[in-house]
Design a protein around this ligand. Structure first.
Ligand code: PGA
Length: 252
């Protein structure tokens, strides 16, 4: 039985006062017991969020980590070991904004995946196609390649302590959402692909959907059999809306 995960990706949002207000809202939020909840603040706010959360049922993650796991000479980067020291449990890896805007390659993504795990954190590996790729009928191929890059380099067992997030790029921050059927089809494809390697892994791994998840569409998306929660951007910046989304992932 997979416990759903709802992850709030705050991206590059929030001044100190905004973060205090958001965490205050989360501290008071009505969150379900049968859903794991995590928030991913910008690096500069991670320690503040860990300190200000008055409840242990909200985990904290980071949006990125350096390619090398330990401390060292890598100006501007933050290592997985430093994030672990701040009590981060998860790290996003391969978010499309990093793949496409910052040019992260599959090799860099694999290195970050390894770094996260070597610091005892759980990577959330993001995959998803662009609008052009979907229109060209390449969705499954793109997702298979992105997952395959990690499996080929690190072995399928590396996914045992990882989460996958399917995020169609055309749905991120656009207000366009994949329909529950469209999302389910890709999630089922990912699970089938993994099942070819290990039935247990395929059964146990959580596959989140991301891309304009809102309070109004979360229940329908999370109701699909292979969708195990969500990676939520914009709507996670409002504690009330985010907690509604978390509740929608419960009682499956
Ligand atoms: P969105 O972002 O919910 O604002 O579309 C999702 C994400 O990029 O993780």
């Amino acid at each position: 039985m997979r416990k759903p995960l709802v992850a709030g990706n705050w991206k590059m949002h929030g001044l100190r006062a905004d973060i205090v207000e958001l965490v205050d809202g989360l501290n008071k939020a009505d969150l379900p017991d049968d859903v794991e909840v995590a928030v991913f603040p910008p690096f500069i706010h991670v320690e503040r969020v860990v300190g200000a959360l008055s409840r242990s049922d909200i985990k904290v993650g980071a949006q990125d980590c350096a390619i090398q796991p330990g401390q060292g000479a890598l100006t501007g980067e933050v290592s997985a070991s430093q994030l672990r020291d701040l009590e981060c449990k998860y790290v996003l890896v391969g978010h499309s904004e990093r793949r496409l805007v910052l040019g992260e390659s599959d090799q860099v993504i694999c290195d970050k995946f390894v770094s996260a795990q070597s610091a005892q954190m759980i990577p959330v590996l993001c995959v998803g196609e662009t609008r052009e790729q979907r229109e060209a009928g390449e969705t499954f191929e793109v997702v298979r390649e992105q997952l395959g890059a990690v499996i080929d380099a690190l072995g399928v067992q590396s996914l045992v302590s990882a989460v996958v997030a399917y995020e169609p790029v055309w749905a991120i921050g656009t207000g366009l959402t994949a329909t529950p059927d469209e999302a389910q089809a890709v999630h089922a494809e990912i699970r089938a692909l993994l099942s070819g390697y290990s039935k247990d892994l395929a059964e146990e791994i959580r596959i989140l959907y991301g891309g304009s998840v809102k309070a109004t569409n979360a229940a329908e998306l999370f109701g699909m059999p292979d969708i195990d929660g969500g990676l939520v951007g914009g709507a996670s910046l409002n504690a009330d809306e985010f907690s509604t989304i978390c509740r929608a992932a419960g009682c499956k």
